[in-house]
Design a protein around this ligand. Structure first.
Ligand code: FES
Length: 105
């Protein structure tokens, strides 16, 4: 298990447990953090958008071309912070990953 530090849309902080090998989106959805994840993690809906702490953004594997295209189509896209949580697979490198649930589009 890995710990995630999540700020919800109301500004409340939560500490969640995430299974290694699962996506961050799955933990957020399971804990009812306001993530819809309509496409189920297929990188097609962007309803799992989050804003990462900037230091964390730099540490993660960069988003792929499909993810970047989808992110850039969002009204609330922030370069250097926005990620789709279905595209972040939890590993021990993500211990204490800090993120904020993206605003509703
Ligand atoms: S769940 Fe649809 S893009 Fe992430």
């Amino acid at each position: 298990m890995t710990t995630l530090k999540v700020t919800d849309r109301d500004g409340r902080s939560h500490t969640l447990e995430a299974y290694k090998g699962s996506s961050v989106m799955e933990s957020l959805r399971d804990e009812d953090m306001g993530i819809e994840a309509i496409c189920g993690g297929q990188c097609a809906c962007a309803t799992c958008h989050c804003l990462l702490d900037e230091a964390w953004f730099e540490k993660l594997t960069p988003p792929g071309e499909d993810e970047t295209e989808l992110l850039e189509s969002l009204d609330h896209y922030e370069a250097g912070r926005s990620r789709l949580t279905c595209q972040i697979i939890v590993s021990s490198q993500h211990e204490a990953l800090e993120l904020t649930i993206g605003p509703e589009e």
